[in-house]
Design a protein around this ligand. Structure first.
Ligand SMILES: [Zn+2]
Length: 155
């Protein structure tokens, strides 16, 4: 989704685009696929707006969810995180076994760590990613070990 589409959606729904709302939307748009808690949003807004009440932020997050601009996920500690979803064409990162060709999804939080590093160290803004790791899966690894052991016991 593009920023202009979001502002259009707000207008279509007769919702005002306040400076606070606009900044919240921009925080998400600048970090696609990165989850933020309401507290983190408040922290990022402090520089420009001072203390923004969490209630205000939650209201905006609810509105953005109604408009399907952001999605919500609940993480391990039970807190809600909100994120701007990656584009439809986004390819999930996988690990592929060179022996049996099985593929396993890589949890994307690991790549978000790389994304945060790229942003803070290199000021590189991550937009999307594509990643494939090649190796030997556990099943194939065990099978090879067994075969090797079998051979050793014969000789
Ligand atoms: Zn395998």
């Amino acid at each position: 989704m593009q920023l202009a589409d979001v502002f259009q959606k707000l207008e279509d729904g007769s919702k005002r685009i306040t400076p606070q709302r606009e900044q919240i939307i921009r925080i998400f748009a600048d970090h696609p696929g990165q989850p933020f808690s309401a507290e983190e949003i408040a922290h990022l807004m402090r520089e420009r707006f001072g203390d923004v009440g969490l209630a205000t932020i939650y209201r905006t997050l609810e509105l953005l969810m109604d408009l399907e601009v952001v999605t919500r996920e609940t993480v391990g500690d039970g807190r809600s995180h909100y994120q701007w979803p990656l584009d439809e064409g986004h390819k999930h990162p996988v690990m592929i076994c060179l022996r049996c060709q099985s593929s396993t999804r890589i949890p994307e939080d690991h790549l978000r760590t790389v994304g945060s590093w790229a942003l803070s160290v290199l000021e590189f803004q991550l937009v999307d990613y594509e990643m494939t790791l090649y190796g030997i899966c556990r099943v194939c690894h065990l099978r090879e070990q067994r075969r090797r052991r079998g051979r050793e016991s014969i000789s």
